[in-house]
Write a protein of this length. Structure first.
Length: 81
């Protein structure tokens, strides 16, 4: 009888772990509502576009500063793509 109780307790713990993992998986997979998925996707695209624009501006700033450095050092500017 004691073995049955141990297995029952172990089964209960494993079932709790399974439930916990199901919840975690649902959160990682994303929204189940298609409208929420679309809104989430649009938000990510918008953030991605902002980051691309910021990256472009920073690259331009680096290029301008490198040009100044080379100018003051007496070298021709070298542009890196």
């Amino acid at each position: 009888m004691r073995i049955v109780k141990q297995y029952s307790e172990k089964n209960e713990k494993l079932q709790q772990e399974v439930n916990k993992l199901h919840l975690e998986n649902d959160q990682l997979v994303g929204h189940k509502n298609p409208s929420q998925k679309i809104q989430h996707h649009l938000k990510i695209k918008e953030e991605n576009n902002k980051l691309r624009e910021e990256n472009y501006k920073l690259q331009e700033e680096i290029r301008r500063k490198n040009d100044l450095i080379f100018k003051f050092q007496g070298h021709d500017p070298v542009h890196v793509a």
